[in-house]
Each structure stands twice: as structure tokens, then as C-alpha cells.
Ligand binder design. Sequence first.
Ligand code: ZN
Ligand code: ZN
Ligand code: ZN
Ligand code: ZN
Length: 755
Amino acid sequence: MALPVEEWGGSGWRGKETHKENLRCCLAVFACQISGRCSRKPHSGASFDEPPRSPEVALCFANRSAALFHLGHFEVCLEDIARAESHGYPDRLLPKVLLRKAECLLRLGRLQAATDTLTAVENKMTVDGIMTSPIHLTLLKKLNQLKTEIHEGRGCPEPSREAHADIQRESEMWEENGSISGASSSLSLNFNTERGRHLVASQNILPGQNLLKEKAFVSVLCPGEGDSLLLQDSSETVWDTQVTNADLYCHHCLKQLLASVPCCGCSYAKYCSQNCADVAWEQYHRTECPLGALLLILGVFCHVALRTVLLAGFSEVSRLVEWSHDDSNKDLCSAEAGDKHPSEALDTRTGTKGIPGCNDNGQYQSSYQAVFNLLPHVEKHSPEHKFLCMLSIVAICKKLQETGLEAAVLNRGSSTMGLEQKTYGKTSDELSPELMIIAEAMLRHVLQLQCNAQAVTVIVFSLSLESGDGAVVNKKPVRLATAFFPVLSLLNHSCSPNISVSFSGTVATVRASQPIPSGQEIFHCYGPHRCRMKVAERQQLLSQYFFECRCQACLDELESDVESVSMRNSFCCPSCQASMQGEEMLCCSNKACALSVSRERLSRRLLDLQQQMEKALELLRDSKADEAIRMLLKCQMDARNFLSPEHLLMGELEDHLAQIYATLGKWQEAARHLEKSIQLVEMHHGPSSVEMGHELFKLAQILFNGFAVSEALSTIQRAEEILSVHCGPQSTQIQELQEMKTCLLELPRSMLQRT
Ligand SMILES: [Zn+2]
Ligand SMILES: [Zn+2]
Ligand SMILES: [Zn+2]
Ligand SMILES: [Zn+2]
């Protein structure tokens, strides 16, 4: 990959707002370059205190600071300039970077600092002597221009909006539960042998009410798939860099990265700040860093298991492992797992004291003790699976022993290792007794994860590339990380849940999605949702959690023969468009027609159609919007011939058409198509579902962009009502909706009358 030299700050970039997206892509590419160049090979025993100095890295940081400057991120830009300087930025290029620094300070309103920096630049240029080259002349001009600006006191800062929003976000009403950390006081922890541990409403709960706010005990970023769209904008893709989640989010706090700080020891871990990098290193990355490749190969569950024991610390791990060897404690856990007959004591017990995972005061906290007490279902996993897990764990422990990382895992200084290290050193085939304890705990965690892993997801907004900033947008939930949330794990599954979970960084927030009367259980959906699949499919998927779902939705569907979902996803007669019946061979329900077609043939036709649709989207990405529209309209005609009008694909087609019209700025057409797609979303997911909220948000944006004021206002209203229930009144989406509303209401009257 060619390294763009720090010549980008020139005039070519100025004022091209439409290139913001390009700039953002550049940030991701710079991040890859920086960590590629910054890191030394693993196993070099990277000392964290002294970042390696390298002019190449310094150039990367300086390049990125240029991109950040043009995006208006002045604070972050200053940080990158400081990094460039500390990495030994080439002296001859320094004036240019210092001028950028002065300009940042000026824009931030820090006039004195800006003046000081300018003085430094002047001195530097005088010392260097040569003032005749064109570059120096340009710099000199810039310098004088900046001086004038400072003199006139220009460049006053705008008040930081983000900081303000953060403060607001904290202010939501909240009464915490005395015995469950992070939970609302309107919940209580119950236990019985049939349902295990579960949370119940102890008073009537209203939709949108905040029920639980929990920071993950541990979370590990999933490398994920690259978002190829991000870089496809540039007409010729010169970067072979695939941007993945690992480049876009902080490996510690999961915040979206703007200017990442790379790990000094590997090219994988990246952080949002030096603080996250330091904390991660102290707590776990010191050990994980040299294992990087092995952990990526073994998969995210093993990685979570290792990080869990690292975070817990050896003394806590060994305490609980020993505790679990005590037979009287085994009873407690197996009673919940339904393996054995419950001991009588359990049923007669009152209060939360003695419920697995609770401490001596009867409190259930987001602690390692709670994580340890999540059910591993040891008896229910297949022997093959258990063998594979064991093998993976042993591989990690062996590596820890070989690379001399054992001391770090056991939280000991290497000086105290002494004798033991010699006995169980590199030559020994056996794991040390301490590592055996670690291995046992890790195996338990890997097994637990199958039922208790919680995906941390974010809604990713993919901006339409054509029209720059304002436009729409596709939103899809993306799995960011795998985590343990011991309190959230208390919730049992239902295919028709009564809560919504949303994430901000590593914090999960649970809200009631409907009224929950006192005494009713709180249900989370583990994945298989009533709206998305048939009961048989759901039961099949849920078998990985070792239970048969007996939720109301499942019972209802099993009793009646109505296959609600399949009706909506069915074929219709290619000849007369009546509904089709049958299994392998489908027969037209219209007796006059009585056409019969094999299901296989129709499925193949559906597949063809989906491929056509993909091609149309490719055309769109190549900026051939007109061709894409023609192709999609053809798909739509074809689809009408053999798919029921409620088929999900019909909605997708409308949605794609809306997207294309939006990129062309044809807002009315876009809105018309999106409305049709929304009808189908409503039919499949229900009128107050979070999916419906996202769609209405999209529609609101389109109507807003098209100045359809009254329609936009009513759509904003509907979207707000739904999204505030699922994501809370302080969520970014609600904030955006309110900004749109304010903007519309401030429009001059003449504008309003246009609609
Ligand atoms: Zn971070
Ligand atoms: Zn590292
Ligand atoms: Zn169910
Ligand atoms: Zn027919």
C-alpha cells in the first residue's frame, strides 16, 4: 500500500464538503497503516511504557491529522499532531504540522496557545533559513493569514454539542433495586426448579420504563465481516484493506473509533484513547497480545473465557473453582439445571439468600461470582463439543506456560515465580496446578457461553454515498461483540418478549416494550422471534439452549394450525395469482385454474429474483441509478407473478427503490416506495415494533429532505412514540428526530404553505 505523503493538507481538499465520506474512509485506512507500522512483531516483549519511535508512524499520524482537521475534529486533530511529534516527525516537515496545530487552536478559541505555536513556527522557519522554496512561501502566507485571524479574534468555538447530550443522557429517572445491581426497583429475583432464576415485575410496569442498566462483566469485539461499502466509493479501489469491526470500534469500550490508538505490541488491537489502551493493557491485553493469532483462530468464545478469568483475577477464580468442588454446592446448581431432584431446602427457602450467584447478603451483583454461577449445562453438551472446548483451552494454557505469561495470569510478579516456573517450565508437558485451575474455569465459561453469550449489537447507518451527508441510509443491526451480562442473563426466553434491549458501548439497557402487570415474568428474546420465523424453526434454533420453548406464542402456534409467518411468505399462482396450497407439489386454490407447480421450481425462481436484485444494487453502487431502477421495476413485475403481495421480498424491493430515489434526491418517489415497504414491516413485526420505529425514522428523513413539512412532522411524531419506548427518550435517534422537528417548525411560513 502506498503511503500518501503529508502533502494532502494543500488546497486540493479545501471546501469539498461532498468529500467528507472519502475523508472518513481515509481515517479507517490511516488507522490500518498506523497499527501496521506502529507494532512490532508479537513476542518482542513490547514494553508499554516507551512507545516505539518511528518517522513512518509519525507521518501516518500527521496524515490522519490532516483528514481530521478537514472533518472539523479539532481536538482529536491536536491529539494526532502530538502523537506525530512524539514519534519523531521529520524536522523539515514540522512547520506545516505546527501551522495546522495553530489553526486548530484558533478554531477552538485558544488564542494564546495559537499565538505561541505560531511564534514557534516562525522561529523554526527562521532557523531553517531557506525561505524561497514555493512550499515555504505558501507556509509563510498561511502564517500571516493566521496571525491576522488571531489578531481579529476570529474562529470562536461552537459550544460542544456532544458533551451536552452526554449530560442529558444521564438524567433519566432511576430507582435502583436493593438486591440486584443495575436493576430497577420494580423487579424482583425469583427462583423455582421449573423456571430457574428469573426476574418478575414486583409492580405494574409501563411501556418504555427503564428496567435494567448493566455494564458487561466482560466483552470481546468480534472481528466481523468487512463493510466493503465503506471503501467502494473511490472509483478505483487502490486500498486492498478490508475494513472490519476491528478497525471501526474500540477494542476496550466498543465506542466508534475516530482516530484510533493502536496497541504497541500487535497490529490488531485498537483503542479510542490512550486511556482505553492503558486500561486494556493492564487488565488483560498484556496477556492476550502475544496470543493474538491463536485467540483469533480458536474463536471468540475462547477469547471471552480467557478474558473473563483475567478480569476476575486468580484468587477469585481459584476460590470459586474450589467452592464448586464442594458437593453441597453442586446440588444448588444442578437443581436449577433440572438435572437432579431439587434439594428440599431450595423450595422452602425465602428471599434471595442462597439463590445461586447471590453473595452472603443475598445480593445478586454483576460480579465474577454471578458469572461463575451461570449454568454450564455440563451434562447436556455433546462429548465431541466438550472435547473440542477442552482442546482449545489446553492450547491456550500451554501457550501461556510456554511464553512465560503464566505469572501475568496468576497476578504475580515474575520475581515470586521462582521455583514453580522451573518445575513447570517450557520443558514440562504438564500444566502447573495453578494453570489447571485456570483451565477448569475457562472450560466452564466456554460451556456457559453457548447459553449465556449475549451479543452486543449496534445499528449501523450506512450513508448514501451519492448525496453526501443528509441522505438515507440503511440501518442494520450488526453484531459488535460477545459478552457476559450476568444480570441480563437472569431473563428467560420468550419468542414474544416484553422488553427491548439496546446497547451503548458495553452497557446494555433493558426497557419494557409493553405494559407488564405486577407478578408477570420479564422475558428477553434470545434470537428466534415470533415475527421472524415459524414455531418449528424457532424450536430448532432454541435447542442449542437446551430447552423447549413453552412461551405463549409457541403454545398458541402449536395448538392452532395457522402458520402465520408462512402465509406471509408464500407463493401465489403464476397463472391467476390466487394462493397456492400443498407441500412438495403446490396447487392453485382457484378451482377454475387448478395449476400445479413444484415448490422447488418456484423456489428456484425466487432465488433468481434475489440475484437480480443484488445485481441492481451493484449497479447502484456503480452510480448507475437509472439502470438500477429499471432492473428493480422488472424484478417487481416478475415477483408479482408468483409471490404473495405480503411476501417479505416485495417489501425489500420497495425499500431498495426508495433508497435509489433518495440518492437521486427524488424525495417524493422515495417516500411513496418506502411507505409501501413500511406496510409490510408493520404486518410482519407489528405496529409498535422497533423495526417499525427504524422504518418510520427513515421515512421522516426522506420527508424532511423533501420539505414535506406536515407529513414529516406526523411521521416524526409516530417514530418518536415508538423509538422512545424501545431505545429511551435520550437515544441518538430521538435526539435527531427532535432536531428535525425543531428545524421544520422554524421554517418560514412561506415554506410551510408550499405543502
Ligand atoms: Zn475506548
Ligand atoms: Zn496488542
Ligand atoms: Zn417460544
Ligand atoms: Zn391459478
